[in-house]
Design a binder for this molecule. Structure first.
Ligand code: MN
Ligand code: MN
Length: 471
């Protein structure tokens, strides 16, 4: 390159494509990483399943549940089976600050109502009523195979994990959509958000009854009999249960070059998985600062409740980590610790979609294969509800990634006033820590089949690890 050209390039902000300079072994590493990621997505379709996967992996890596024995440096805590935090205690005192990656692990879905089952005489079927969770486009959930996952506490106190529809010999469930022939008035005359009425998202659960049966509600009774034989549950047990419908189809490669992964729940299990594996990446190397990865629940409905990011859990966990390291865990010292801390809020952002480029402002939007997406702010309108990261911290994080030659790109969710969305960044920042959002860009976010680039997935894993160990 000529001297003059070099000088000019030094003045410009460039964001190269991952594949431009990638070595064959880097490409192979990115492709290999996605294999385990797909397996994770398929085994972790609910919050509880994600917690179980995480705990198993942590135990394999010699992490111990808090309170742990003295000297134990790899610890974790689970609260109400729906939120988890894990730490590797560093060489410096914990109160000098931690490096944390925080991500939520809930995903939009369709829940069963608490009293869901009914017999529909008009259609001669038994159905289940549903209530959607999070920001879904309702039309995506009809006419698609669904699996039923969840957790039931029976009347006599037994805990049961339910999963129907994942194995090839198990049935799946369908919320039927209206045939186009008869949709003129019911759907075509309405706008997209009203065309599928939430009260018409009932699932066809069964269609036969026991031969010779003349019982009232014979269909419903037969369906309950089958459930009772398999799980020992009765209709009463639905009332306290947590039963969720998720896409029955598993994650798989997408594109003729298999350069992408398509699958459900990537918002937000993609940032959770990359954070978890980033934490384990360089063990047993001991970091200077304490590293923490935190998974919260309920982000898609506002982060409240005892397992959401607003709950006291993460503060209590860090207090326990202070105690584990023999440090003062008073509330003043805990505050000091958070105010000395730096946190990456791991959340997905929207990649430019070839069909809808107009909702983005190209110069500030993220695109596939250009690395981890860093968002200085989220929110909507005039940055309402955002955590606008401080320049000192933003520059520090970007330098960290650049120095390690990890591809990153700056990006905001969409055009100003086009829409918007939030993350848990501001909740973590309320604790006094420096926080910035960064994660993988998706196409079709919140759909049943979200799409990510394997290169971005891999860059995010590397970036989180660099931040946790060296940030
Ligand atoms: Mn989301
Ligand atoms: Mn998210």
């Amino acid at each position: 390159m000529k001297q003059k050209e070099k000088k000019q390039n030094a003045l410009l902000y460039e964001r190269p494509n991952f594949y431009k300079d990638a070595q064959p072994e880097q490409i192979k590493a990115a492709m290999d990483y996605a294999e385990d990621y797909k397996a994770f997505l398929n085994s972790s379709k609910t919050v509880r399943e994600t917690i179980r996967f995480t705990e198993t992996l942590l135990k394999k890596n010699k992490f111990a549940a808090l309170p742990a024995k003295k000297g134990q440096k790899r610890v974790y805590g689970i609260f109400r089976n729906k939120t988890i935090a894990m730490a590797v205690i560093g060489e410096r005192p914990v109160s000098e600050g931690i490096n944390m990656v925080a991500a939520h692990i809930d995903a939009p879905r369709v829940d069963l109502k608490q009293n869901p089952l009914y017999e529909d005489a008009t259609s001669a079927t038994a159905c289940m009523r549903t209530h959607y969770y999070g920001g879904i486009k309702k039309y995506q959930w009809v006419s698609t195979p669904l699996a039923l996952h969840g957790f039931v506490v029976t009347k006599d106190g037994k805990y049961l994990d339910i999963s129907i529809g994942e194995k090839s010999d198990e049935p799946v469930f369908i919320i039927p959509d209206l045939l186009p022939h008869l949709a003129r008035k019911e759907q075509y005359s309405k706008n997209l958000s009203e065309a599928i009425d939430a009260s018409k998202m009932n699932l066809v659960f069964s269609s036969r009854f026991e031969a010779g049966s003349e019982e009232k509600e014979a269909l419903k009774v037969y369906a309950l009999q089958l459930l009772n034989q398999k799980y020992g549950i009765t209709e009463h047990d639905f009332i306290s249960a947590e039963l969720e419908l998720v896409p029955a189809i598993g994650a798989r490669d997408a594109g003729i070059d298999s350069s992408m992964v398509v699958g459900y729940g990537q918002d937000e299990r993609i940032c959770a998985y990359t954070a978890l594996t980033a934490l384990l990446k360089d063990l047993p190397r001991k970091p200077k600062r304490t590293m923490i990865v935190y998974f919260s629940d309920k982000e898609e409905v506002g982060s409240q409740g005892n397992t959401g990011a607003h709950s006291v859990f993460i503060q209590d966990f860090v207090a326990q980590v202070l105690a584990q390291n023999g440090e003062d865990c008073s509330s003043a010292n805990l505050r000091k610790c958070f105010m000395n801390s730096q946190i990456l809020s791991g959340d997905v952002t929207a990649a430019i979609d070839p069909n809808y480029p107009g909702v983005h402002e190209k110069q500030n939007a993220v695109v596939f294969n250009h690395g981890i997406g860093v968002s200085k702010f989220t929110g909507s309108g005039g940055k309402y509800g955002c955590n606008d990261a401080n320049p000192e911290f933003t520059a520090k994080v970007l330098k960290l990634f650049s120095d390690a030659r990890i591809q990153w790109q700056m990006g905001e969710l969409g055009k100003v006033d086009e829409g918007g969305g939030g993350t848990i960044a501001y909740i973590m920042a309320n604790l006094g820590a420096e926080v910035i959002d960064c994660g993988v860009a998706l196409m079709g976010m919140h759909s049943l089949y979200e799409l990510c680039s394997k290169a971005d997935l891999y860059c995010t894993y590397l970036a989180y690890s660099e931040f946790l160990y060296k940030g």
